[in-house]
Design a protein around this ligand. Structure first.
Ligand code: NAD
Length: 458
């Protein structure tokens, strides 16, 4: 059913309107929910069909990878190379999931009762997506839910609907009718999906505040929830780290996707003995990054995705400086059109500043000094978030010891922001509930089902 209403979508590199997207009405939501409920009956019973349909979908997306990457850069702002990598990564996720099998365990096979433990789908899954990785997060949720035998109603962020809706159009030839339904609209559409009576599970990626609203909406009806929320990830640099190498790696990671990554370095604790040299190196590397339109050659960092996020980043930096922090690189937005902000390194940051305590979700890296390693670990862990973290240095025993003490869903040694296919991605505390990634994501969107059979021997 075509939409009667639409809303504007902006290109963050120019600040001008890129296109419009349909604004889904309540009637269209009802229709999508009904279609998804009906499509579940056959889909949920045929695991091999699901696997082959996911492969067909991946192939269809791959044939249009250039188109999808161009759309992603236009609406999200990331450099074309990063957009291509996201499209390829999302397709790879689908293929990895299509290779999985739902686990079946047989218990007490020699006893009087043979118990077979399998999985069953939740039913209709509402999938709600943020604007930082619109494609790969959508594919991760779709793949896990569909392989598990669920049907899906999926909503991209209102800021980045284009790539997802293109993927939705491509899904029509590859997936059976009704198993995946793509709707665009604002936050209120997400809220309506989360509380809809047909929804049996919600898989949500986004902010902590919206995640809590989703959890409340789901609680009334005891819907399953998977919440992938914010992070305020700490990295600790040990005194034996080599400043130039570590700075190069940290800059490549912290400013990727313009710093708009849940699982990237957002607070950097550096030992006093190498603090000044590392800040100098970080500033040098950050200043050398080429910022511009994602379609321009050699651009390493694009704009911030939306105007509100740009204003938030500006305000956090101004506030940190007023509280005594020092800008070592960047720190001033350009005058031109588009939502550009330079890669920024903030020295002399302290623990109470909002740029340190809150997830800034932009191209700003605050650096904090420490003298005592135990104290650095305590400060790194002192956060309601617990998504990912890292430790950087040379001595393997110290690196391992610190890693063991960092309290997060993913802990890294001499790297950060890596996701290996198949590994669970899940945060602690406010960073989320449940997991995504490989079989873990499929398990989170299915329930256990036990089949007991009396073992009547002849
Ligand atoms: P957001 O919470 O504003 O929006 C995310 C999605 O939720 C959008 O589609 C939005 O329309 C919808 N939404 C908003 N309010 C809702 C409600 N009450 N009920 C249902 N849906 C609602 O987040 P954002 O600004 O798009 O994304 C940035 C946030 O996402 C950051 O905090 C980031 O850390 C987080 N994130 C987390 C992960 C992860 O895997 N942990 C990955 C990417 C982004």
């Amino acid at each position: 059913m075509p939409s009667e209403e639409s809303y504007p979508v902006f290109n963050p590199a120019t600040g001008t309107q890129l296109t419009t997207a349909p604004l889904c009405s309540q009637r269209q939501l009802e229709e999508a929910m009904q279609t998804a409920s009906q499509a579940g009956a056959t889909w949920s019973r045929n695991e091999s069909l699901r696997r082959s349909a996911l492969r067909d979908f991946a192939d269809a997306l791959e044939r249009e990878a250039d188109l999808l990457a161009a759309a992603l850069t236009a609406e999200q702002g990331k450099p074309l190379g990063e957009a291509r990598a996201e499209i390829a990564g999302g397709i790879e996720i689908l293929r990895t999931q299509a290779d999985l099998s739902l686990p079946v365990d047989v218990l007490a096979a020699d006893g009087p009762i043979i118990s077979q433990v399998g999985r069953q789908p939740c039913g209709v899954v509402a999938a709600i997506i943020p604007w930082n990785f619109p494609f790969s997060i959508a594919m991760s949720k779709l793949g896990a839910a569909l392989l598990g035998g669920n049907t899906v109603v999926l909503k991209p962020s209102p800021f980045t609907p284009v790539t997802t809706l293109l993927a939705g159009a491509l899904s029509r030839a590859a997936l059976p009718a009704g198993v995946a339904n793509f709707l665009s609209g604002g936050d209120e559409l997400g809220a309506a999906m989360a509380r809809h009576p047909a929804t049996r599970a919600v898989t949500f990626t986004g902010s902590v505040s919206a995640g809590k609203e989703v959890a409340k909406a789901a609680a009334d009806d005891l819907k399953r929830v998977v919440l992938e929320l914010g992070g305020n990830d700490a990295a600790i640099v040990l005194p034996d780290a080599e400043p130039a190498t570590v700075a190069a790696d940290l800059c490549a990671i912290a400013f990727r996707n313009c710093g708009q990554i849940c699982a990237t370095v957002k607070r950097l604790y550096v030992h006093a003995s190498i603090h000044d040299r590392l800040v100098e190196e970080l500033a040098r590397q950050a200043t050398s990054l080429k910022v511009g339109h994602g379609t321009d050659d050699g651009v390493q960092m694009g704009p911030i995705q939306n105007q509100a996020q740009l204003q938030r980043i500006k305000a956090l930096v101004v506030e940190a400086v007023a509280d005594g922090a020092v800008i070592a690189a960047g720190g001033r937005a350009g005058d031109g059109p588009g939502y550009f902000y330079p890669p920024t390194v903030i020295a002399q940051a302290t623990d109470g500043m909002r740029i340190v305590t809150e997830e800034q979700f932009g191209p700003v890296l605050p650096v904090l000094r420490y003298e005592d390693l135990d104290d650095a670990v305590r400060r790194a862990n002192n956060s309601p978030f617990g998504l990912t973290s890292s430790v950087w240095g040379t001595d393997p025993r110290t690196l391992r010891d610190v890693a063991e003490r960092l309290d997060a869903g993913v802990v890294n040694i001499n790297t950060h922001d890596v996701q290996i296919p198949g590994a669970p991605f899940s945060g602690r505390r406010w960073s989320g509930i449940g997991a995504e990634g490989g079989i873990h994501g499929v398990l989170a969107l299915t329930d256990a089902r036990v089949l007991n059979t009396a073992n009547r021997r002849p």
